[in-house]
Design a protein around this ligand. Structure first.
Ligand code: SAM
Length: 435
């Protein structure tokens, strides 16, 4: 075991205690798109809930359990391991006269051997930043495999049985889109050059080693997205296995329609609440955390590249993305983004020298989710970023290793690509410099 690895029991203890803070629950209850999606999904499927036994994995204040009870459930097991929140749940349930229908159990779901009644439906709000942070999905999978009617050892589930498994949400999709952040760019390229009459450029490597390496939870303006999003992970809650969540790889190509600047990649997710077959997913209730929709407490997850990249119209940016469970903390992931090489398009066929641009970005994110404003909830995210020339994505060099063929940005040489980038930058700085 890695010396820095956090013991699993301690980790869980810390994790459950993090939900002790009432503000976290308040933040979630105030998140209207989140609560509305669950409310709509449950209430528009009353026929499924009537007289059924429901398991709410991670019930918190009991909000989803109360929705299920109101939708006609015979019995709801509201399970939460957080040491304190269950007392409030019991109080709220009583106030709403639902105590005969909801049984609150203050334990990790993994510590429960058996319920008195068979479970028909699982409901849970398990989603973390970039969907997977916190790894609570594993607890939902555990509950599905141990308690859901029909699912005794999930490997044996037939497709017919699959169709009748009900887990809300039923599907989750993770998206990725490149973005430009003019503020950070301007700061890095202009602000420090002349800061109160001082040259502070030496600060840049420090900034790049700290701020830019952090995975930032923030909303992004749709106008900052330089390309449509691509789907990078789809999760079917009826069939996903815990093993599937250790390493998740995806590859996407962004075909650039307009010459642009890419500062980083932005991630968000959608969830659907579908009761049966796949054809109904898109017609079912959707919870979206997209920048095009009303803001949620998940905001978006922004990952900055060490250096902006400058694809031209007609280029293709091929991106390998890997989420790997952190060995030190199983509730976190390392994220690696590798842009192997920009494929030059029709605008740039006259370029004879071969410019490879690779970025390798690893993020180890240590952050409880939900609110960056909660006092003890300090973000402590470390990562390693490096830019390298080799097309071997496993090698990782530092900025100093950039091949001499690689031109500085901006570059004053006569190469078409350099001339174009210089023009874009000049125009950009002209438009964005604050007088
Ligand atoms: C995101 S909150 C959702 C709370 C509530 N369902 C809601 O929608 O407001 C997740 C809750 O799940 C609980 N939780 C996480 N993993 C759990 C597990 N393995 N067993 C029991 N509770 C768990 C946490 O303590 C936390 O209160």
């Amino acid at each position: 075991m890695d010396s820095e690895q956090i013991d699993d029991n301690n980790l869980d203890k810390q994790y459950f205690e993090s939900y002790d803070k009432f503000q976290v629950h308040e933040l979630m209850l105030r998140d209207r798109p989140r609560v509305t999606a669950y409310y709509d999904a449950i209430m528009s499927n009353k026929h499924l809930f009537e007289n059924k036994v429901i398991l709410d994995v991670g019930s918190g204040t009991g909000i989803l359990s109360m929705f299920a009870a109101k939708a006609g459930a015979k019995l709801v097991y509201a399970v939460d391991a957080c040491p304190t929140i269950c007392d409030l749940a019991v109080e709220l349930i009583k106030c709403n006269h639902l105590q005969d229908k909801i049984q609150v159990i203050n334990k990790p779901i993994e510590d429960i051997d058996k319920f008195d009644e068979n479970i028909d439906i699982i409901i849970s709000e398990w989603m973390g930043f970039y969907l997977f942070h916190e790894s609570m999905l594993e607890s939902v999978i555990y509950a599905r495999d141990h308690f859901l009617n029909l699912s005794s050892g999930n490997d044996d589930i037939t497709s017919d049985q699959n169709e009748s498994i009900i887990i809300f949400p039923s599907h989750a999709y993770l998206y990725c889109a490149p973005f430009v952040d003019q503020n950070i760019r301007i700061e890095l390229n202009t602000m420090w050059k002349d800061y109160f009459d001082l040259n502070m450029l030496s600060i840049l490597p420090y900034i790049k080693n700290s701020n830019l390496k952090e995975c930032i939870i923030e909303t992004i303006e749709p106008s900052q997205l330089v390309h449509d999003a691509q789907l990078i992970q789809s999760i079917d809650l009826r069939t996903i296995r815990i093993d599937d969540l250790y390493i998740m790889r995806s590859f996407c190509e962004f075909d650039i329609d307009n010459t642009c600047i890419i500062s980083g990649f932005c991630f968000w997710f959608d969830c659907y609440f579908s009761s049966n077959n796949n054809s109904s997913i898109l017609r079912s209730t959707r919870l979206t955390t997209s920048p095009y929709s009303i803001k949620t407490h998940w905001k978006q997850t922004l990952v900055f590249l060490t250096e902006d990249i400058y694809p031209l119209k007609g280029d293709t940016v091929p991106v390998n993305i890997k989420f790997k469970k952190s060995l030190k903390n199983r509730r976190q992931y390392q994220l690696s983004i590798v842009i192997k090489k920009i494929k030059e398009g029709f605008m740039n066929n006259n370029i004879i020298d071969n410019e490879n641009l690779n970025n390798d970005l690893n993020i180890r994110k240590r952050q409880r989710r939900r609110s960056s404003t909660i006092s003890s909830d300090k973000r402590n995210i470390n990562d390693n970023k490096s830019m390298h020339k080799s097309s071997d994505s496993s090698s990782s060099n530092t900025d100093d290793d950039i091949d001499s063929n690689e031109h500085p940005i901006p570059c004053s040489c006569v190469r078409d690509r350099c001339k174009l980038i210089k023009t874009i930058l000049e125009k950009y700085n002209e438009e964005n410099t604050v007088q």
